[in-house]
Design a protein around this ligand. Structure first.
Ligand SMILES: CC(C)(COP(=O)(O)OP(=O)(O)OC[C@H]1O[C@@H](n2cnc3c(N)ncnc32)[C@H](O)[C@@H]1OP(=O)(O)O)[C@@H](O)C(=O)NCCC(=O)NCCS
Length: 189
């Protein structure tokens, strides 16, 4: 099914409220979102401003999801991706992350990297990151407050422009303690 991405305009506020409140978001900090909170976010420019853009994910006649792009004035933007429950697991998330990545690198030439963070147990999102060329580069222990006092680890992924252009995935140098050790050695000489 062909997917199109249509930019949200502020006059679509009611549609946005309906989209966000008619579903649950188990891996977000708010599983259920309150209408007044969304209205407040809209008036704060969270969905449409210099720093933020929002897009509907449309397949045929259906709005299957929503993308919010954040920190667009920075060299490292972030995004939030939500597919409606009934459309999850059908390939929309993966195709959309490929679109997000291309859109950001094409539209904002100074962006060097794109980041995303999710809960450690959000397997679908982590697989989406992996299949779209994002590398895990952060692990935050006990960083994500869940429902009813539960605490989860969070994981951070990113894609570099140079990797995206080359079609490669490079990973961070995890075992870099030798840098500290060689500094100690120099200090004792
Ligand atoms: C996470 C999310 C965006 C993924 O999009 P999706 O359309 O469901 O995922 P896709 O069908 O494109 O599948 C992408 C990959 O995840 C895997 N996957 C999808 N659902 C899965 C599930 N429930 N469990 C494990 N793997 C899953 C797919 O097999 C695929 O991996 P593969 O290419 O290695 O086979 C979507 O499920 C969603 O919106 N979830 C709720 C909101 C959310 O958690 N957003 C992320 C916030 S950071």
């Amino acid at each position: 099914m062909e997917i199109t991405y249509r930019r949200f305009v502020p006059s679509e506020g009611d549609a946005l409220i309906n989209f966000l409140t008619s579903d649950t978001w188990p891996f977000h900090s708010s599983v259920v979102i309150d209408r007044d909170r969304i209205r407040q976010w809209m008036s704060d420019g969270v969905y449409d401003s210099e720093e933020n853009r929002t897009f509907w994910i449309v397949a045929g006649d259906n709005v299957v999801g929503l993308i919010r792009l954040m920190d667009l004035g920075d060299e490292t933007p972030l995004f939030d991706l939500r597919i409606r429950s009934q459309w999850r697991g059908k390939g929309f998330g993966g195709q959309t992350l490929i679109w997000i990545t291309r859109y950001l690198f094409d539209e904002f030439p100074r962006i060097r990297r794109i980041e995303g963070t999710t809960r450690q147990d959000n397997v679908a999102m982590r697989r989406t990151f992996q299949r779209c060329g994002y590398a895990k580069e952060a692990h935050y222990r006990d960083a994500w407050a869940g429902a009813e006092g539960a605490v989860h680890d969070a994981v951070g992924y990113a894609i570099l422009r140079r990797d995206w252009e080359a079609g490669t995935v490079t990973t961070p140098e995890w075992h870099d303690e030798h840098i500290v050790a060689s500094h100690d050695q120099l200090a004792s000489d």
